[in-house]
Design a protein around this ligand. Sequence first.
Ligand code: MSP
Length: 526
Amino acid sequence: MSTAYITTPIYYVNDKPHIGHAYTTTLCDVWARAMRWERKDVFFLTGTDEHGVKVEKSAAARGISPQQLADENSAEFRRVLGQFGLTNDYFIRTTDADHKRQVQTIVKRLLDKGYVYLGKFEGWYDEGQEEYHTETKAKELDYKSPISGKPLVRASEENYYFKLSAFQKQLEDFFAKNPNFVRPEGRRNEVIGRLRGGLQDVPVTRTNFSWGIPMPDAPGHVIYVWIDALLNYATALGRADGTAGPRAKYWPADYHVIGKEILWFHAVIWPAMLMALEWELPKCVYAHSFWISEGQKMSKSLGNFIDLPTIEAYHAKYSLDAWRWYMVTQGPLEATDADFSAKHFHEIYTADLVNTFANCASRTSAMIGKYFDGKLPAPTDEWVTEADGRQYRQVLDGLIDAIEAYEAFKLREAALAGLGIVRWVDLVINEYQPFKMAKDPEQMEAVGNILHDCAQALCWAATALHPIMPTKCEELLRCFGVTLQDTREFLTEELGIEPDVIPAGTKIEKCALFMRMEGPGVPAGA
Ligand code: MSP
């Protein structure tokens, strides 16, 4: 069985889960579900990043230990996974003893290989991001943090450093040979541009905090949080202990899915570390852009922050699957930010899910109920939908397009291919008007053929869309008497699909998926 490995960033425990975290993890979940349906052996990893000054400070402010703060907030991140229908295979915490031990082993290895050395460094430091900038970059940023807007500070320390500068050429060659390593395209160009500006060595240890993994044999030195954090992708698979462990087979990742603000770490520092370790590089770092809200950057003071209670209110009103649909089809997958707006959410919900998806499923199941006593009519020779270009083959092509799009992490395209199958049903019903034909007994055979094809097509649509809307798609399949296992049986080796997943005579239930909702938005102060 072929393996598939996908990761989210590990989230800082000094924050509470919000739309940003939910979005990245949902994208990974969609891909993981799609790959599992294809019978791949999937490892979907997420977790929490728990060390560093910020956690140390917030814990102190609350009069609790950093470990207590980390335990509390990590548990909250884990709790929401279930609530969001996220099917990660493992949840890593950087405070796990096994992670800490492996990080020390790996850093020690880099030291032994000469890629980590003790040195003195001075530079422009972003305290909020715990990140150094070169003089050129700092100037470009007007000596302010691009994230918090606070001034960069001049800092100098004696630390262990990683010889990032030694990998300039190797990285440039790697980027040239692997055009899909960083996606989308716009982001890749940014990285290449910055890479040309030259590379500085990066700290591997810090001495200004103690809440972290101690550097082996170097009292006072704590492993820099970013080195600690990036290594989670390896320690979760037991990679420091070699390639014999049960999870080692998942290496390297197919996709590290991240937000654009942490691309440099993933696209440059991480690959350089792997080059130093002589480990195979991930296949793709996918850096999406940001959600803004009602036309503005999300901020707690503006009251437009899409926090957990707001998300829960959307789930309660529109359903979890509707939320996931909006995330995937309207989210910032490309190089521009996406605006979350209550009105837009409502419009998309109504157009795609109520008027199209639910409407087709409800009409098809209701007509089978009314004209065929709720049993799927057997097709006859008169294949009505073969006429005027509306071939049933288009449905199967739509499914294949969706599968291929998922594989390539083109999630919006996959969604649209799935919805395209539903639109085929919509067109067929509107064009042939089986509800009118049914008034004439002589046309009942043709009506049976139309509804037979519509029912099959809806099951293929639900198959194509289930990674995004698992609950509603399984509900549709249940109404039409089949399961995802059944639809999978019809997937043949070379991505050929057998038609007719529902056997004739199957009992069809009336299918109600998405209810029409009053006006946009969720209760204020949710
Ligand atoms: N701990 C680091 C990552 C280490 S990975 C080895 C970190 N954590 S974080 O909690 O700040 O999470 C950042 C991630 O949250 C982003 O990369 C992105 O995936 C997600 N988002 C946070 N805000 C976001 C938006 N407004 N929009 C979309 N996603 C964003 O950085």
